[in-house]
Design a protein around this ligand. Structure first.
Ligand SMILES: Cc1ncc(COP(=O)(O)O)c(C=O)c1O
Ligand SMILES: [Zn+2]
Length: 405
């Protein structure tokens, strides 16, 4: 099990001790990354060491924090070859506990919270992070205090309440929720597990990078398309590639990292198009892909840097395109994706059309969550759908029962 050597500020490079709970760099607010002694690990921790290990993200325990994982079986999700596009793979994160990739980050963060003896955790959330926090906190016997926009998908609210979390619905966006957590946390004794405001959610999410490498036979793909809100998965995967190179598991090759955002909230795409190193707050953010409704990502400087270093790009997809892609993936691949995940399909099509990716490029599309979390959103779209083939037959009245669709 890993020993964290130190926490490393991604802005100024200062080192902090991981023996006590840390948030962000006290000097400049930089995101903190956990660092391990990879030179030492390299001698004993080999690719071959993974054979026969648990099919969860904790198979990479040597490069994860904590010694007693709070686990619900997260990670090691299938990477499915597309039935439509040769050389395309869909990493189906909808099969995680609480039906999204957020389980990975919260498993790591709650594991460390428990190790530190923290009793009350708080987070603002666009929805799925809240469900994951609520579940892992319940498993760990820790209180969860959750602030979500009042119009989050119903599943997220019902899940959080069922797991026994304290839920506050906010008339605003995730940025308003974040402000409320920040204002109250000191007085209430909450530890803030907001995206990138503590060092361990990114550690959990980095396991997606380890899995892509392992599941593709230790050959990284040419491209990865990642639906980006706060961008933690993207940062995590990039960190994983650097770690794996130091461990001697892969070489210096890297995929082109692609961010896809919703046209109704696309601060990273705008900053990328304008050649900026940080993003601006996106006003009046609106999209059915709730997880992409993040007007300003805390780690925007890291996301934009990775896009540049990897030769990647940022792409926007409209809500109509995204919702059509949900239906298309379901009908053609048998995968019922979250709208955020389906945005990756929209981006892939656009990048094939523009020639950014060729048919020979191996590309992994991340379906970050399950469509089952968005039934009301998907049903509303299906009823109003204009695209041929995506509109289900009208409902019928049979003996007082409404159905079938
Ligand atoms: C299904 C889904 N996909 C993608 C995202 C964006 O994730 P990140 O904040 O890591 O960019 C979220 C965030 O809530 C989400 O719920
Ligand atoms: Zn710093």
């Amino acid at each position: 099990m890993a020993h964290i050597s130190y926490l490393d500020c991604t802005k100024c490079g200062d080192h902090l001790d991981a023996k006590t709970p840390q948030t962000v760099c006290p000097k400049d607010g930089g995101v903190l990354y956990a660092r391990y002694d990879l030179d030492k690990l390299r001698n004993n921790y080999k690719k071959e060491s993974l054979a026969g290990r648990t099919p969860t993200m904790w198979r990479y325990a040597e490069v994860l924090p904590g010694s007693k994982p709070v686990s619900l079986g997260e990670g090691f999700t299938p990477i499915l070859p597309s039935r439509i596009f040769p050389n395309v793979y869909i990493k189906d994160e909808g099969l995680n506990p609480t039906a999204s990739f957020k389980a990975r980050g919260m498993s790591a963060a709650v594991t460390m919270a428990k190790a530190y003896g923290l009793k009350k955790l708080a987070a603002p959330s666009a929805g799925n992070a809240a469900s994951a926090l609520a579940a892992y906190a319940a498993a760990a016997g820790i209180e969860a205090h959750i602030f979500m926009p009042k119009d989050v998908p119903l599943a997220n609210r019902v899940e959080c309440q069922s797991y026994g979390a304290h839920v506050t619905l906010v008339n605003g966006l995730i940025s308003d929720c974040a402000r409320m957590v920040a204002e109250r946390k000191e007085e209430e004794g909450w530890f803030d597990v907001s995206t990138l405001k503590e060092p361990f959610r990114v550690e959990g999410k980095k396991t997606m990078g380890y899995e892509v490498a392992e599941q593709l036979g230790w050959k990284l793909p040419q491209g990865i398309i990642y639906p980006t809100g706060g961008g933690v998965g993207l940062l995590g995967m990039w960190k994983a590639f650097e770690e794996m190179e130091k461990l001697g598991w892969i070489g210096s090759e890297r995929p082109k990292m692609v961010c896809v955002q919703s046209a109704g909230c696309a601060p990273i795409v705008k900053a990328w198009d304008e050649g900026k190193a940080i993003s601006e707050f996106w006003s009046n953010a609106a999209t059915s892909a709730a997880g992409l409704r993040v007007p300003k990502a805390y780690g925007d400087y890291l996301i934009l840097d990775i896009l540049k270093k990897s030769g990647g790009v940022a792409v926007a997809a409209t809500d109509a395109e995204i919702m059509d892609a949900v239906g298309e993936w379901a009908r053609t691949e048998g995968i019922f994706a979250a709208p955020e995940g389906a945005a990756a399909l929209v981006a892939y099509r656009k990048l094939r059309a523009s020639g950014f990716f060729s048919p020979d490029d191996r590309v992994v599309l991340f379906n970050t969550g399950s469509g089952l979390k968005y039934l009301e959103v998907i049903e509303a779209h299906n009823h109003g759908a204009k695209t041929p083939g995506s509109k289900p037959p009208a409902s019928r009245q049979i003996g007082g029962i409404i159905g079938p669709y």
